[in-house]
Design a protein around this ligand. Structure first.
Ligand code: F6P
Length: 517
């Protein structure tokens, strides 16, 4: 049943009405167990959800909403390999990419999924032995990943996040934008003989990636290098197109892996080269452990479910339209951009599974920057602005550097910001008044290891699944990106010809300005 037609939705609306006087300070004062009640241990991740604008009654009602909207049955359908991506008639099985070949969990899989699992491991083994070969290859000093969207954001974020266990002596570059400045700047620092290009594209048709790959190949040959087959590798589901491009080494994956869910597949090759096969397997194991938590933990103690329902509460009942991500670890610099695609490409939808317009909001706007940098930029607005923006802290207890005092200062700042948002400070003068009662979630990892990072990412994937399932949307297609691609082709032709016939006056004027010298 559509979520807004459930009884729980109406009950939550009533609770939201009565909620305007809620104050976090009072909530903590009147409930000594609040921090414990709203905390959740999950594999690799601890989360404190207590500084959020909700109470036990609201959470209980959200759990009823999840039940009435069929979230758990949709989750089970995903893990059974059913074609829940209905507009593309595809299964959604990124979770299978981190599934062990043997064991109890494998025995329970449907036969067709088991067959896919065999293929997954066959490809994984091939990819990881290739990664090990490259790690030992002293001639390759630079690895350039050419890809965009899910073929860039996941591997780039993870390579950066796990730099402390990355192989020394190899540099990793990520080229995504069709803006030639990006590729040019990377190529300027490279020697063809020492470079491995990974052309990462699920479809092998994406304009940016194909343009960059073609220019990279042209550059490679212009340097006098000829061995394209050694220096270019494709990561794609479209092996035929990769072959036509002249690439012989190809690691494949499947149409049931969405681009933004593909870091676990061959798209993860740059990460596998950076951290090695054993660590990559540990990354997969962390995600698998989170999958099992999502599948088996009781809904009331299930972290992805709790987070996803909180997201729904904020979006639809308290009408908070954005969420800020503040990773207190500089290696998580690309975490917010990664989450932007995950959340907004998945849940930025305005129709239900049947294509009917929805009368309620879906994906929030996601944004953020690592702390403490954000504190000196936009935190002003979080503390004193007119909008309430829930903030999600992601902190890591242990540092991998030995510089004294930094880690304690970093963590103290994260705690102090969460505290300041909630407690506020009264000042009669106005300008120095902090209203407080501003919500935040605090996610804590002990260490930024491959296992914990895998778990953290899978957690985010599943919380996006939960809110999308409540909203009744297809979180696994992305038709909204298509129109711009089509129009760009038309305008590209007009750039060359100068033909502005039938263009709107604004576009025509800008195009003409761009063409005249
Ligand atoms: O344009 C959106 C998109 O299709 C994303 O979903 C995807 O991650 C990205 O483009 C890249 O696609 P591909 O891996 O096929 O090049």
């Amino acid at each position: 049943m559509r979520c807004d037609q459930t009884v729980a939705w109406q009950d939550l609306k009533a609770l939201a009405k009565a909620f305007s006087g809620f104050d976090l300070r009072d909530a903590f004062a009147s409930d000594a167990k609040r921090a414990v009640h709203f905390s959740q241990e999950a594999p690799g991740v601890f989360a404190d959800l207590s500084k959020n604008h909700w109470d036990a009654r609201i959470e209980a009602q959200l759990l009823v909403l999840a039940e009435q909207a069929g979230v758990l049955s949709q989750r089970d359908r995903m893990f059974q390999g059913e074609a829940i991506n209905t507009t593309e008639n595809r299964a959604v099985m990124h979770w299978l990419l981190r599934h062990p070949l043997q064991g109890v969990a494998s025995n329970a899989l449907p036969a067709s999924v088991k067959a896919s699992l065999q293929e997954v491991h066959h490809t994984l083994n091939g990819m990881l032995s290739f990664a090990e070969k490259i790690r030992l290859d002293g001639q390759i000093t630079d690895v350039v990943n050419i890809g965009i969207g899910g073929s860039d954001l996941g591997p780039q974020m993870a390579v950066m996040a796990l730099q402390s266990c990355a192989l020394k002596g190899k540099r990793f570059h990520f080229v995504s934008n069709v803006d030639g400045h990006e590729l040019d700047a990377v190529l300027n620092g490279l020697k063809a003989d020492n470079t491995l290009f990974l052309v990462a594209s699920k479809t092998f048709t994406t304009l940016e990636t194909m343009t960059n790959a073609t220019s990279a190949k042209r550059w490679f040959e212009a340097q006098g290098a000829t061995d394209v087959s050694r220096h270019f590798v494709a990561l794609t589901t479209n092996v035929e197109a990769a072959g036509q491009f002249g690439i012989q080494t190809c690691f494949g994956f499947w149409d049931w892996v969405g681009g933004r869910y593909s870091v676990w597949s061959a798209i993860g090759l740059p990460l596998a080269i950076a951290i090695g096969a054993e660590n990559f397997r540990s990354f997969l194991a962390g995600a698998h452990t989170m999958d099992q938590h999502f599948l088996h933990a009781n809904a009331a103690q299930n972290l992805p479910i709790r987070l996803g329902l909180l997201d729904v509460w904020y979006r639809n009942f308290l009408h908070y339209t954005s969420r800020c991500i503040a990773p207190y670890h500089s290696a998580l610099k690309r975490f917010a951009p990664y989450l932007q695609q995950l959340e907004m490409e998945s849940n930025g939808k305005q129709v239900d599974q049947a294509g009917q317009a929805l009368p309620y909001g879906t994906s929030p706007v996601l944004w953020g920057e690592p702390g403490t940098n954000g504190q000196h930029a936009f935190f002003q607005m979080l503390h004193q602005g007119t909008d309430v923006v829930p903030l999600e802290f992601v902190a890591v207890k242990n540092a991998t550097h030995a510089l004294p005092n930094h880690q304690a200062l970093l963590l103290s700042n994260a705690l102090a910001q969460a505290q300041a948002l909630m407690l506020g400070k009264a000042d009669a003068g106005g300008h120095k008044n902090f209203s407080g009662n501003r919500p935040s979630t605090f996610i804590l990892l002990n260490d930024l290891t491959p296992f914990n990072l895998g778990a953290l990412i899978a957690l985010q994937e599943h919380r996006v699944f939960v809110s999308g399932a409540v909203w009744g949307i297809n979180s696994f297609d992305q038709w909204g990106v298509e129109l711009g691609k089509v129009l760009a082709k038309d305008i590209h032709a007009r750039m060359a010809s100068g033909d502005v016939a039938e263009l709107d006056a604004s576009t025509a004027q800008l195009l003409q300005r761009m063409r005249t010298s």
